[in-house]
Design a protein around this ligand. Structure first.
Ligand code: DER
Length: 237
């Protein structure tokens, strides 16, 4: 199966958990997009009714509206029954790296407010340790003096044996990438993954004043649905 077909299989399996009347957190990214399409189809067919979607990004809000999913927000629905979203990495304890699409703040707010958070991935996302994919662990920071915050992050993480650098995320035109919340993102890089205590590292990052939130989702996922290349599905929880 192609990676895209694997994503679709995982997404459709997760949408089976949506019941009529639910408030559903709608994830961001290419895997979550399949869940939006499937949810919209079931609503249009009348197989599901009275579902309210809480989007984790402006992009997801636009996609959900286009497929006919009614939308609201956490202010109106502070309790979310079920959130469905992808991830960039999943470790054996179901800790996640998310946010390579830049939506980590709204994702974490909504998914932490959910009774159940179901993660949907193809098997390429499984890692032995967070950061092991050598792709970024994103940190959302305020634009004000972001270079100062970058230096603070480097000083904090230089104590990590595998830390290999931090970089301001830029858009195609070289300007700083802007999140939906008009903040910047600093991407952290680790060779071979983070070996220290994830919660201690998380606390250290969040204590830096210029930091808004980071993309390590520790102990938030309820279940991870993994679609394999042979079409089989494994549910981790
Ligand atoms: O940016 C995000 O948090 C996305 O959910 C990401 O983690 C997964 O994106 P993908 O489904 O396109 O790989």
């Amino acid at each position: 199966l192609s990676q895209e077909e694997q994503k679709r299989i995982a997404a459709h399996r997760a949408v089976e958990q949506v019941e009529s009347g639910m408030v559903v957190g709608l994830g961001t990214g290419s895997t979550a997009a399949h869940a939006l399409d499937r949810l919209g189809e079931l609503l249009r067919r009348g197989a599901l009714r009275d579902v309210v979607g809480i989007p984790t990004s402006l992009k997801t809000a636009a996609h959900a509206a286009a497929v006919g999913i009614p939308l609201s927000d956490l202010d109106s629905h502070p309790r979310v029954d079920l959130s469905i979203d992808g991830a960039d990495e999943v470790d054996p304890s179901l800790n996640l790296v998310k946010g390579r699409g830049g939506s980590l703040l709204r994702e974490k707010m909504i998914e932490a407010a959910s009774d159940r958070f179901v993660v949907i991935v193809d098997d390429s996302k499984l890692v032995p340790r967070l950061g092991a994919s050598a792709l970024a662990v994103p940190v959302e920071v305020v634009p004000f003096c972001h270079n100062y915050t970058l230096t603070q992050l480097k000083t904090l993480l230089n104590q990590q044996p595998h830390f290999s650098g931090a970089k301001l995320r830029t858009a195609a035109d070289g300007s700083p990438f802007l999140t939906d919340n008009s903040n910047y993102i600093i991407d952290l890089y680790f060779e071979d993954g983070i070996t220290g205590d994830l919660n201690a590292i998380s606390d250290g990052i969040l204590r830096l004043t210029g930091v808004v939130e980071h993309g390590m989702f520790l102990g938030i996922a309820t279940e991870v649905i993994v679609a394999n290349k042979d079409g089989s599905v494994v549910v981790l929880n």
